[in-house]
Design a binder for this molecule. Structure first.
Ligand SMILES: [Zn+2]
Ligand SMILES: [Zn+2]
Length: 278
């Protein structure tokens, strides 16, 4: 039983890890900021990974995040504002905005994605690939992506766990494994939400505002947990850099592998732009 629980948690962590890599490399550095090129096969793979591990629409992520950069930590009106600034939420709603962003990014994100400027493509660039039929028919259904991941987890656990444990199959144990798939999906989603929230909460706790970067802050030690996204102030000031953090940038390691395989190229080298800190 203990091994089944460990397997379930492990599956959830692996799924969340894949989602984290997809978010930082594909959605954030590639699709949104163009810090790495996304040739056809990489773009296709990234879209599939977004659908099956992050359960979000890739174009909504791109638009909402560009809006965050544009209005960072400011509020002009109900449409023109930072979508998830803990500072603005604290000031406007009189609540702890950092806690809200840290734990409720899904609700914040989906409310923002329904606003007219996000829907009408205000934040799209001429270089963005237009949405195609696959986007409209499949990737437009993020809940289906989550259900698919849950089914894959449940079936995978039901098939593999009895083999690994050397146990005879029984209806009760199989049912337990299927239930384990649901729990693994919950672990996966919970981790993605919490660590995504950490970037937008913990990394916007600066004591003073920096022009163009709001209250963004470099929290280097967080990079280990959020795949290199910890140097958030550096990122706001230089979003074109494929390498965000100097240390513990797992996303950058993945990009280096993709580059060695000639699957991507990098817009600008951190070592050339940030001569003094690299
Ligand atoms: Zn930010
Ligand atoms: Zn960004």
């Amino acid at each position: 039983m203990l091994l089944l629980i460990v397997s379930v948690v492990l599956v959830g962590f692996v799924g969340a890890g894949l989602a984290g890599i997809t978010i930082t490399v594909f959605l954030h550095r590639g699709l949104t900021h163009g810090a790495i090129t996304l040739p056809g096969p990489v773009y296709s793979f990234g879209r599939w990974m977004t659908w099956s591990t992050t359960f979000m629409r890739h174009w909504e992520w791109r638009r909402v995040h560009r809006k965050h950069h544009l209005y960072v930590d400011t509020w002009i009106d109900d449409v023109r504002h930072d979508p998830h600034s803990p500072i603005v939420i604290s000031q406007r709603e009189g609540i702890n905005g950092f806690r809200r962003v840290a734990w409720h990014m899904a609700g914040i994100f989906h409310a923002e994605a329904r606003l007219p400027d996000v829907v009408d493509g205000t934040y799209e660039l001429p270089t963005d690939r237009p949405l195609d039929r696959l986007d409209m028919t499949l990737f437009n259904r993020p809940v289906l992506g989550a259900v698919t991941a849950g089914v894959v987890y449940a079936v995978g656990l039901a098939v593999l766990v009895p083999l690994i444990l050397g146990r005879h199959r029984s209806a009760g144990f199989e049912a337990l494994c299927l239930l384990g798939g649901v729990v693994a999906l919950a672990v996966h989603i919970g981790l993605v939400l919490r660590f995504g929230g950490a970037i937008n909460s913990d990394c916007h706790k600066g004591k003073e505002s920096t022009p163009g970067a709001g209250f963004a802050l470099n929290v280097g030690r967080l990079s280990f947990l959020i795949f290199g996204e910890g140097e958030h102030l550096t990122h706001h000031l230089h979003p074109q850099l494929a390498q965000i953090s100097r240390r513990w940038d797992l996303g950058w390691r993945v990009i280096q592998v993709l580059r060695a395989l000639r699957l991507t190229s990098v817009a600008a080298e951190r070592s050339q732009v940030l001569v003094t800190v690299s």
